[in-house]
Design a protein around this ligand. Sequence first.
Ligand code: MG
Length: 382
Amino acid sequence: MKITKLTTYRIPPRWMLLKIETDEGIVGWGEPVIEGKARSVETAVEELGHYLIGQDPRRINDLWQVMYRGGFYRGGPILMSAMAGIDQALWDIKGKALGVPVYELLGGLVRDRMKTYSWVGGDRPADVIAGIRALREAGFDTFKMNGTEEFGLIDTSKKVDAAVSRIAEIREAFGNDIEFGIDFHGRVAAPMAKVLLKELEPYRPLFVEEPVLAEQAEYYPRLAAATPIPLAAGERMYSRFEFKHVFERGGISILQPDLSHAGGITECVKIAAMAEAYDVTLAPHCPLGPIALASCLQVDFVSYNAVIQEQSMGIHYNKGGEVLDYVLNPEDFHLDKGYIKPLPKPGLGVVINEEKVIEASRNTEDWRNPLWRHFDGSVAEW
Ligand SMILES: [Mg+2]
C-alpha cells in the first residue's frame, strides 16, 4: 500500500481535518491543528507530505521518526501538531486495512468505559451554576471551568475573592454531588498561584490546570509541595522530550497531552506509559473536533492511568460547528452518565461526512483567540 495524496480542510469552528489517500482506496482521517494557527499547521502538513507520498502508510513508527528526526529541526506546536494529525490518519488507515479499531492494535482494552467531563462557562466565567444545572440533567457530574479572567502578576484581594467566591458558591450549591477542575489557563503567574491555590483548598477542586504556564514548569513541584490540590498540565507540551522534564521535577498529578498537538497516538501512548511509571495520571486535552476526540479515546482505552477525558460538545469555543456535525456515526459517541464506550468501528472509529467537510471548508473564517489587555494597557494572558 502506498500513500498517494494528502488534503487538508479548514472548517468551523476552528478545526482542520486531514485526509490521507492510498493506492488501495483506503482513506485515513486526522486532525492536525493549533487553535488560531491552522494555516501554519496546514503548511507544515504540506511540507511533511513530501516525506509521505509513495510510502507505505502501515510503517507508522518509521514515518513518525522520518518526520521528527528527518527534518533536523523538530518539536514545537506547529510541527508536532502537523505530525499529530498525520499520525492519526496513518493509524486510521492501518486499522481500516486490518479491519480493527486502533485500540486493538495497541494491545486491547484496559477498561470498558471512559469517564468524560464537560466544560462549563466561557472565557469570562460568570454564570456557571446555571450551566452546571443544565449539564447535570444531561448526566454529567464532572466539570471544568476557567478560574479567573485577566489576572495580574500581582493582583488585588478583590480579584482573589471574586475567583474564590464563585468556586465557594458552586460547592455550596451542589455539595459533593459534583466534581470540578479549575483551569487557570496560564493567566496566573507564580506569585499569585500560591495565593489562589491556598484559598481554593477548602472547596476541594478535582484539579487546578496550568497553575502557571508550562514555561514556568519549575514551579510545579514547589506549588505541589504547598497544596494538596492535584495539579494538571500538558496541553502546551509537545513530545516525550518535553514531558520528561515534568516527570523528573515532579509536581504534576494529572498529565494533559493533546492528541492533536503532541505527535499523535504514537507519541501520546509513550507519554502515557512514562506517566504511569511516575504514578502520574492521564487526562488528554481535547477542546477540539471528532478525530482529535477519537484519537484521545484510543489512548485512554489502552492506558491504565487514564482517569478522565475532556470533550468539547457544547463548549463555548464551538461557534459555527459542533463535534458531531461532521460525523456519520454520532451514535457511537453517545455519552451515558458522562461515560463513553470504545468506538467500535475499524481505525479511529469515526465515519467522516466528507461532503459536509468540503462544503464547510469553503470560505471558512480563520479563528483567532482574543487578545486581552490589563487595565494599564499591557498584554494579558488569555
Ligand atoms: Mg487548559
